[in-house]
Design a protein around this ligand. Structure first.
Ligand code: IMP
Length: 419
């Protein structure tokens, strides 16, 4: 398939990095189209573990890796990630769209003061993502094209910086201890380091498609962190659903494509917001430990829940999923019994899709179906999986009416079984 889009179907952290790495080997280009360094992908290759926040996962295999206009870039983080990747790949094949917005230090400060001053904390990653996207909408953003040209950067910051400084100091009492000139100098320096990667991602992707090349779109976060369709306001500030692959890259949606949803075998979420199938106590602690469910970006413990088919049915609709990949099945190994949330109970009735009204969603209780547990030893193929594990997977497939193409049973690259 010329175009493959990989998206998270839950609240992020579904294990997209490993699956993207797998698909990247058959792709010519790998594109990130939304989010920023709030994302965290861990890819394990042999003994080495790579934590990527901004670079597309294809960079590990030295695929042409592109950062589209819909991504927000913290240039300090990007420069650091490039330094790390240069240890295995001296000449990273990276292209950055000039229209992508830049996270500035005042965005990070604004993220913190907004969180502090809000009664209901979202639990953001405090990476400045929300304020950067907000200022893109206000048309007060700094774009990559500004970062790489000192005079443009200075002219823009001359207008924008005093406003941000005033807001931070006067409205929030937060001292901004950097001068305009220091800011321009520091960021122009970062711009110089990154300028070599400038390219029109929209045009390059279209040209690659016209030339018969294959393009992989790598989503960050997950469907229920979508700014509109997620559990607002406990969401991120971009669109982690498949439609954004086109908007955030600048190509049209009429493509010959396959959309792959990544489903973790249970549910996790970081930060606040509804989690209908949430577990507490020892069971949650054990699963958190077994799955190493601590944020790649912030190290925060993730909340844990049973697999939630209501979320997944809705994620299928938001994304037009063609197939799903179930990850981290091994984490459930060893439980005597496990449960799946098959529906929500709302006002005495069962619902099978996520209610559009937040006030309804907040009232939902999980309807759980119990399954026999299983132990996963060293399986080389799908048929090696214990029958109970296959029953669990085939139930998901039947309920969602979407095929499972692969199953992840461990962190390493080869721990992925074709179904
Ligand atoms: P922000 O994206 O930093 O503004 O955070 C908004 C919400 O999205 C918070 O609940 C974060 O924990 C969550 N979030 C953002 N990125 C990720 C991710 O990559 N995985 C999981 N949660 C995320």
């Amino acid at each position: 398939m010329p175009v493959v889009i990989i998206v998270g179907t839950q609240f992020g952290d579904e294990g997209k990095g490993k699956v993207t790495d797998y698909f990247a080997s058959n792709s010519d280009l790998v594109v990130r189209f939304q989010g920023g360094n709030n994302a965290g992908h861990t890819v394990v290759v042999g003994e080495k573990e790579f934590k990527l926040h901004l670079l597309p996962s294809g960079i590990i295999q030295n695929k042409k890796s592109l950062i589209g206009a819909g991504v927000v870039i913290d240039p300090k983080v990007l420069v650091q990630e490039l330094e790390n990747i240069k240890k295995i790949n001296s000449n990273p094949n990276l292209i950055i769209d000039p229209r992508a917005h830049i996270i500035m230090p005042y965005h990070i400060l604004l993220d913190a003061v907004h969180e502090e001053s809000r009664g209901n904390k979202i639990g953001t990653t405090l990476r400045g993502i929300g304020p950067c996207y907000a200022e893109r909408s206000y048309r007060e953003g700094i774009r990559f094209e500004d970062l790489i040209e000192e005079s443009r950067l200075r002219e823009k910051l001359k207008i924008i910086f005093p406003i941000k400084k005033k807001v931070l100091e006067c409205s929030y009492g937060k001292e901004v201890d950097i001068s305009l000139e220091q800011l321009v100098k520091e960021y122009a320096e970062l711009g110089k380091k990154l300028k070599q990667y400038l390219g029109d991602v929209s045009l390059l992707v279209q040209e690659a498609l016209d030339a018969g090349k294959t393009v992989l779109f790598e989503g960050a976060q997950g469907a229920f962190l979508d700014m509109d369709f997620g559990t607002y306001p406990f969401v991120t500030s971009s669109h982690p659903i498949a439609g954004e692959a086109f908007v955030g890259t600048g190509i049209g949606p009429k493509q010959n494509l396959k959309i792959v949803g990544i489903v973790k075998a249970y549910t996790t979420r970081v930060g606040s917001g509804v989690l209908v199938s949430e577990l507490h106590g020892e069971l949650a602690d054990n699963l958190r430990k077994a799955g190493n469910e601590f944020g790649t970006t912030t190290g925060r413990p993730r909340r844990i829940g049973w697999l939630d088919l209501v979320l997944l049915r809705t994620a299928k609709r938001f994304n037009s999923l063609d197939e799903i990949v179930v990850t981290k099945l091994d984490v459930l190994s060893g439980l005597d019994k496990l449960k799946v949330c098959v529906a929500y109970e709302l006002n005495g009735k069962q619902v099978k899709e996520v209610p559009a009204l937040t006030s309804d969603l907040e009232k939902c209780k999980p309807v759980l179906k119990e399954f026999k547990g299983f132990k996963i030893a060293d399986c080389k193929s799908y048929s090696d999986l214990p029958k109970e594990a296959r029953d669990y997977l085939e139930f998901i497939e039947k309920e969602l009416k979407v095929k499972i193409s692969m199953v992840g049973i461990g962190a390493e690259r080869n721990k992925i079984l074709n179904k």
